[in-house]
Structure formats: structure tokens, C-alpha cells
Design a protein around this ligand. Structure first.
Ligand SMILES: Nc1nc2c(ncn2[C@@H]2O[C@H](COP(=O)(O)OP(=O)(O)OP(=O)(O)O)[C@@H](O)[C@H]2O)c(=O)[nH]1
Ligand SMILES: [Mg+2]
Ligand SMILES: [Zn+2]
Length: 293
């Protein structure tokens, strides 16, 4: 029978059957290791039941994926919700933009959530709204603590499968619990000393919000690199550059040092946000400094 992987822990995959809605504890047979494709949460699979009473089985086939991500490791999502705290931990824009670029590379629409809005002033929150105003993603400000923005989040989730992504301690699991109105996921503190989350969520899990909305909780990554790519590719993933790149004098303009660069002109005129441009520079230089083998 067919089903969908809800979570994977320690070599076991929990598969909800499409036939009877039972959740079977499954192992993936050796064929996957040979093929180098590992089952992911969100995968549709074929299973054989080996023990009906105790709900155990084997995954025998992976069905084709619509899309997949590596960090977090999920498959077949309709959209991603990149969640950062406005404070505790402070948002690191190079990290945030790395998440956004990765989502665009995978062709996954992104909603940007700034959580813990109870910890900053409205002016401070608005700064982030400005920075990401032209980044081609919906922006939602939330506070699980003070129940702000939750209806907007629910509306965005409606009818879709959404994966969350973001650094440890941003409040991903807390937001999921608040939205679901029950303790689905464990949550943890943010360390006072280093201001980082404690990597509370260790496995990815597909959670039912209501009958047609699903959200995947995932472990947080507080440091994340861009995947292997040519530095020249990076500019494609900054939607702010779309309006300008065709009018640059050089057709393969890096928008860094070339004369008659429309992106640099737009930056001068403040039509492109300088914080976003800064992360572009930073990520470009990071790619340029990588050793090629
Ligand atoms: N002030 C405030 N604290 C929050 C809010 N949301 C979450 N927190 C706190 O932030 C801490 C981390 O929350 P988690 O939900 O465990 O964070 P996470 O993103 O799931 O972290 P990982 O599982 O480690 O990736 C907890 O102490 C929460 O109580 C919020 O809206 N406001
Ligand atoms: Mg968590
Ligand atoms: Zn240019």
C-alpha cells in the first residue's frame, strides 16, 4: 500500500497509510542505500506490511518527488516558512539570506516570519520589513508569547504542506504548538550566555494543523552555507536585481566593480536595500574563496 512519511527517527520511518490512516513503523530496505536516495519526511512511499497488529512494515519504493531540500531535509512541500527571531537570537542576515537563496534554488516559495515581536519595538521590526520589502516573499511578524500574527500564519498554511526552516531558538516549534493549540513538539530555551538556541528539535516531523493544512517542524541550523555553486550564479537569486540586471553594460556583470552597472546605480539611489546588497557581497566573496577541486 501507499503512504507518506511523517517522521524518521533512528533508522525508522513512520508512514501514514493512505488506505487506513494507520501509522506504520517502517525500515527502508537496502535498495535505497545502493541507489543513494534516502527517504525524506514528506516522501510518498510504497510499503509492505510485515506485522499488521503491531503496525510494522518495510518501505519498498520511493515515489517521484515534486521537490526536495537538503537543509532541512524534506520532500514534496508546497512552500517554506523561514522563521527568524527578531531578538534572542538576533537575526543574522547572511544566514537569513542563505536560507532564502537555498529556497529559491529549490524553486520553493517562501514566507518570511519574524517571530518574538514582543521583544522589540515597532520601529525595530519595521527595519526588517524595509530590508525584505522587495525580496519577493510575504512577511509576517509574530509573537507566540503575545499571540500576534497567528491568524496570518494560519491563513498562509491553509490547504498547503509547509516546511519551517530557521536557526535554533527562533521559536519554530513554539509557533507550531501555538498554531495547533496543543503540545505537538518539544521546545527549549535560548542560552543566555551565547544567545543561541539549544537544538531542541532533532528530527523532522510532519504535523497536521487541520484537515487540509500540514506543517513540518525541522531542526534549526544556526550556521548554514550556500551549496556548491558558481559565484556568478548568486545574483539570480536576488529578486531585487531583476529590474536592473538587463541594463548593466556588461552582460555577465557581477554588480560589484563593473562600470555602468545598473544594480550599483540602484544601490546608490537606495532603490536596492543596502543590507541586502551587503549579504550579496558577503556570500559572493564566500563562494569566490572556496577552493575548487
Ligand atoms: N519572547 C518570546 N519567546 C519566544 C517566542 N516564541 C518562542 N519563544 C521562546 O524561544 C525559545 C526557543 O523556542 P523553540 O520553539 O524551542 O525554538 P526552535 O526554533 O524550535 O529551536 P530548535 O528546535 O532548537 O531549532 C523558547 O524558550 C521559547 O519559549 C515568542 O514569540 N516570544
Ligand atoms: Mg524546535
Ligand atoms: Zn551590474
Amino acid at each position: 500500500m501507499q503512504g507518506r512519511i511523517l517522521k524518521g527517527i533512528a533508522g525508522f520511518y513512520y508512514v501514514r497509510s493512505a488506505e487506513n490512516a494507520k501509522v506504520y513503523e517502517c525500515k527502508a530496505r537496502g535498495i535505497f542505500r545502493k541507489r543513494q536516495s534516502k527517504p525524506l519526511v514528506g516522501d510518498f512511499v510504497e510499503i509492505e506490511v510485515i506485522d499488521e497488529e503491531n503496525e510494522k512494515g518495510n518501505i519498498t519504493e520511493l515515489l517521484p518527488r515534486k521537490n526536495e531540500l537538503i537543509r532541512p531535509a524534506v520532500a514534496n512541500v508546497d512552500q517554506a516558512m523561514v522563521i527568524f527571531a527578531l531578538k534572542r537570537p538576533d537575526p543574522v542576515l547572511t544566514l537569513l539570506d542563505t536560507y532564502l537563496v537555498r529556497m529559491r534554488m529549490a524553486g520553493i516559495k517562501t514566507v518570511l516570519v519574524f517571530n518574538k515581536s514582543d521583544l522589540v519595538s515597532e520601529d525595530e521590526a519595521n527595519l526588517y520589513k524595509e530590508i525584505y520589502a522587495s525580496a519577493d516573499c510575504e512577511i509576517i511578524f509574530t509573537s507566540s508569547k503575545e499571540k500576534i500574527g497567528l491568524d496570518k500564519v494560519k491563513a498562509t498554511l491553509k490547504g498547503k504542506v509547509t516546511t519551517v526552516a530557521g536557526p535554533s531558538g527562533a521559536g519554530k516549534s513554539t509557533l507550531i504548538n501555538t498554531i495547533c493549540g496543543r503540545e505537538v513538539m518539544e521546545t527549549g530555551d535560548v542560552s543566555e550566555k551565547i544567545g543561541r538556541g539549544k537544538q531542541t528539535t532533532r528530527h523532522t516531523e510532519l504535523v497536521e494543523v487541520d484537515e487540509d493544512s500540514y506543517i513540518m517542524d525541522t531542526p534549526g541550523f544556526s550556521s548554514l552555507d550556500l551549496p556548491e555553486m558558481e559565484k556568478e550564479e548568486l545574483e539570480k537569486y536576488y529578486p531585487e536585481f531583476d529590474k536592473y540586471r538587463d541594463s548593466c553594460y556588461f552582460s555577465r556583470c557581477s554588480h560589484i566593480h563593473e562600470p555602468k552597472c545598473s544594480v550599483l546605480d540602484a544601490l546608490d539611489k537606495k532603490e536596492i536595500n543596502s543590507k541586502r546588497y551587503d549579504t550579496y557581497l558577503y556570500l559572493y566573496q564566500d563562494l569566490a574563496s572556496r577552493r575548487k577541486y
